[in-house]
Design a protein around this ligand. Structure first.
Ligand code: GKR
Ligand code: MG
Length: 435
């Protein structure tokens, strides 16, 4: 569908892959590489509005984004319900999509299907369409989604075990220092609380023996009495270990996130503990909902608009969760301000957002915006500026793109296990529960 009458027809789409600095954050797969790929989407309408979107920038996403970008020319930014069919049509037989049914995205995380890949790519275009539509009409994205039901969105501090620097001193430096024990985790949390006012804390686990991670959570509970805490080992534990940890942290955690991998194991854990379980791993598509919800495998879904195919699907997921009495919050992976703005806009429209959302953003010292988003009192205000309310810094974008162009290929596809092998040559990411 074109929209010449309102100037909303897309006349140009620019795709700019970039590499952004990432600190040496540890997880069950390995460690973050010094640079992470992201894709920045700029979509221009006949009337001169520009819409911004952001998604994963690994090669397999770029391979799908390119044909989709070309196919969008001549269509209206309002034609959002047509996007999935268009994406299926133009990306369906691309090498990335056809091979994707068997792409192993890191053992415990299972396989990434062609559908999941497509949705992640599509999400960036959906956000860019909404941004352009909002800018063209003077409306914020939340208005296009039906209007905000809150003026602020709460975020949690996302704590990571980390090294002071990347192996071999590669990449950019920061002044956070190492956090490898309970005291280091508490110090990191304190800095997050003092700087951004966060009052809830999530620790990325699956890195050390569960007992050490339990000790870190207990240290957090002592340092921040009564404040919401979560622990997320990304499926690294067996059912038995998950239950031991759940028992030790009952009354301490607000929820335990993906202790075990897959719906079967999560259902087993959930059946044997009163501690609520959250996931961003076993429920990541609409197809996975019925199996998990009907078995009571999860009590909270952590939505990520990238996985779920955009902001409107996020709202559909929210409705399903509400129907089943399952809580909703948001997951985050390494991302920049365009995605944070999108997360905030949609979060503002969801009635039952039950927990503070996750965001990696404070770890990202680089951005492509003229002005970074700033967490205040643990949250972000929901503005009424047109679109997403953020502006692109073209020079910054060009600099980060040049870094991508200059890369020898070692950072163009995120590989935490490869990064870990620089410190431990024998490292392999676990494919079965580690503890
Ligand atoms: O960035 O290391 C990381 C996280 O482990 C990320 O990859 C996860 O997707 O943060 C995420 C989570 O909550 O599982
Ligand atoms: Mg998680």
């Amino acid at each position: 569908m074109t929209d010449s009458k309102h100037g909303l027809t897309i006349t140009e789409v620019r795709l700019t892959p970039i590499l952004v600095a990432d600190p040496p954050l540890l997880n069950t797969q390995g460690v973050h590489q010094p640079y992470t790929p992201r894709l920045i989407i700029e979509l221009i309408t006949e009337g001169g509005a520009t819409g911004l979107g952001e998604t994963y920038g690994d090669t397999k996403y770029l391979d799908l984004a390119r044909p989709l970008a070309a196919a969008l020319i001549g269509r209206s930014v309002t034609d959002l319900n047509g996007l999935p069919a268009l994406a299926a049509e133009v990306c369906g037989d691309s090498p990335a999509a056809t091979g994707a049914d068997a792409v192993d995205v890191g053992g415990l995380r299972g396989v990434q299907t062609a559908d999941k890949l497509r949705l992640s790519v599509l999400s960036g275009f959906e956000v860019a369409c909404l941004d352009a539509w909002g800018r063209a009409t003077g409306l914020p994205v939340h208005a296009l989604l039906g209007g905000k039901v809150r003026d602020r969105v709460e975020y949690s501090a996302y704590l990571f075990y980390r090294w002071a620097e990347h192996p071999g001193g590669r990449g950019e430096r920061d002044d956070w220092g190492a956090a490898l024990d309970p005291a280091g985790v508490v110090a990191q949390a304190r800095r997050f609380a003092d700087t951004y006012g966060f009052t809830s804390f999530k620790l990325k686990g699956g890195v050390f023996e569960p007992a050490q991670e339990v000790a870190a959570v207990k240290a957090l509970a002592a340092a921040f009495p009564g404040q919401p805490l979560r622990l997320d080992p990304n499926g690294a534990w067996t059912v038995a270990t998950s239950l031991t940890v759940a028992d030790q942290l009952r009354g301490v955690l607000e929820y335990l996130e993906d202790p075990a991998s897959g719906t079967d194991r999560m259902a087993e854990v959930a059946a044997a503990t009163p501690l609520p379980l959250a996931t961003n791993m076993c429920v990541t598509t609409f197809d996975e909902i019925a199996g998990a919800f009907t078995r009571g495998a999860v009590q909270v879904v952590l939505c990520d608009h990238h996985y779920w195919g955009g902001l409107r699907n996020t709202r559909e997921l929210a409705a399903v969760c509400r129907t089943f009495g399952v809580g909703l919050s948001m997951h985050s992976n390494t991302h920049l301000g365009i995605s944070l703005a999108a997360m905030t806009q949609v979060a503002a429209t969801v009635p039952h957002l039950d927990h503070a959302c996750d965001s990696h953003y404070p770890w990202q010292t680089e951005d492509v915006l003229t002005e970074r988003l700033t967490f205040r009192d643990g949250g972000l205000d929901v503005g009424d500026a047109p679109g997403l309310g953020v502006e692109l810094d073209h020079e910054r974008l060009a600099t980060l793109h040049r870094r991508w162009l200059a890369d020898d290929g070692s950072h163009r596809d995120r590989d935490d296990a490869a990064a870990m092998r620089l410190a431990d040559p024998h490292w392999t990411a676990p494919t079965v529960p580690r503890w």
